[in-house]
Ligand binder design. Structure first.
Ligand code: NAD
Length: 427
């Protein structure tokens, strides 16, 4: 099929590259001319494992192209995906201005029968609103289908090609089937629902995962007071098939471009529908408090942090991405800087993006260099390279061997035997 993707960010680029790889002819559109120019040269603007290979292969095989000319891209396509951002607006609602703008452009360029697919995460009712908007501008009835995306940054290509499920919300059976056929080569369940259900599945899934994280963080905080070890508790809970072991890792809170904004947006969706989704307020509160835990542990350890050298390992909101949106490291480092600590921040990839938002710290690309003379190390993001450190060598460089494991990934016994004071979360 001939596909246009409006918005070539994390989701649009991955979806475009993967649809091309499945044999479709894809044109990715973006308003960001710089991004499009580098993509044309095969330079990927984001760090995402495996993506570069898929993009380059499909450029070479002429199945994917990149443009800023949205009108032409739309005219040449049968299916148009909207994959623009839906950031949080000032009051916490999803800001739909980019989605509406994309829909307007589509409405002005309807030269043949098209199917519009909303891949962006949008509030319940948006698919119907976009259908009406396109009709109002163009005078034509165009099927608009909801098809939320569930990929995770850091494993986006794999997630797109091997999803747990694909959800397609459509009021038009023929359009729903056409979108379904795009995913037919993938070995997964394809669920067809109404548009509203599809839109809500996305928010409910993200909010549930965020709830699971905040829940285990509450258990971690209780474990500390009650003398339990949350790692053991989580393992025991996770062995119950009804609970499952995923997303039961206590730590210094969730971040990223989706969970914080989607939890907030779902509360607004609920409010507008006349329902108070109470539990989500607490999920947010627990998460904000959790981001301060590593700092509080250091403060408890040192009293004043003035002049203390602290190495912070991992800056991106999670490993294998350069995305700094809502990263816990920002909160941790912000508090340390305010307390006049000397911070050296380390990240193998995200340091470039981090430099733009974190001020008053030194950056390093080596944990060993950062540890030189350090009073403590804080692990904020569990990149693989921080899991495989030579702790004996690291310890020799430090002034005092204190480690705050913000992700509960280190072996407490091993570190203790090397003379470290190990401080985990809920352990
Ligand atoms: P992003 O900010 O990385 O990319 C959005 C892109 O859209 C940008 O490149 C921007 O320049 C472009 N854009 C904006 N308006 C445009 C227009 N009118 N025409 C063409 N391009 C335009 O965003 P993202 O992370 O890819 O997220 C996109 C959507 O997918 C959001 O709704 C998000 O909630 C959802 N989502 C994201 C993820 C994720 O992990 N990032 C996962 C699932 C769903």
């Amino acid at each position: 099929m001939r596909i246009a993707i409006i918005g070539t960010g994390y989701v649009g680029l991955v979806a475009g590259a993967c649809f091309a790889d499945l044999g479709n002819s894809v044109v990715c559109v973006d308003v960001d001319a710089k991004k499009i120019a580098s993509l044309r040269k095969g330079i990927i603007p984001i760090y995402e494992p495996g993506l570069e290979g898929v993009v380059k292969k499909n450029i070479a095989e002429k199945r994917i192209s990149f443009t800023t000319d949205s009108a032409k891209a739309m005219k040449d396509s049968e299916i148009i995906f909207i994959a623009v951002g839906t950031p949080q607006s000032a009051n916490g609602e999803a800001d739909l201005k980019y989605v509406f703008k994309a829909a307007e452009t589509i409405a002005k360029n309807l030269n043949s029968e098209k199917i519009v697919v909303i891949k962006s995460t949008v509030p319940v009712g948006t698919t119907r609103k976009i259908t009406a908007l396109i009709k109002k501008i163009s005078g034509k009835s165009v099927p608009v289908v909801s098809n939320p995306e569930f990929l995770r940054e850091g494993s986006a290509v794999k997630d797109f090609l091997e999803p747990d499920r694909v959800v397609i919300g459509s009021e038009n059976a023929k359009a729903g089937e056409a979108v379904k056929s795009l995913y037919a080569p993938l070995n997964c369940e394809i669920l067809i629902t109404g548009a509203e259900s599809s839109e809500l599945i996305k928010y409910a899934s993200n909010a549930f995962l965020a709830t699971k994280i905040s829940f285990i963080n509450e258990v971690a905080n209780l474990s500390e007071k009650a003398g339990a070890d949350v790692s053991e508790v989580a393992k025991g809970m996770g062995l119950d098939a009804r609970i499952g072991k995923h997303f039961l890792n206590a730590g210094c809170g969730y971040g990223g471009s989706c969970f914080p904004k989607d939890v907030k947006a779902l509360q607004h969706i609920s409010k507008k529908a006349g329902y108070d989704f109470r539990i989500l307020r607490e999920v947010e509160k627990v998460n904000s408090a959790q981001k301060t835990v590593p700092f509080e542990k250091l403060r408890k350890e040192f009293g004043s942090l003035k002049g203390k050298k602290i190495a912070v390992l991992g800056l991106s909101f999670k490993p294998n991405t350069d995305d700094m949106r809502e990263a816990s490291s920002v909160e941790i480092i912000g508090s340390l800087v305010k307390a006049k600590a000397n911070v050296v921040a380390v990240d193998p990839v995200a340091w470039k993006n981090a430099e733009e938002i974190i001020k008053g710290v030194k950056f390093s690309d080596s944990a060993y260099e950062a540890a030189e003379g350090a009073d403590a190390i804080v692990l904020a993001t569990e990149w693989n390279e921080f899991l495989e450190l030579d702790f004996a060598a690291l310890g020799r460089k430090m002034k005092s061997k204190i480690i705050v494991d913000g992700r509960n990934v280190y072996d407490r016994e091993k570190l203790t035997s090397l003379g470290f004071k190990y401080i985990g979360i809920g352990r």
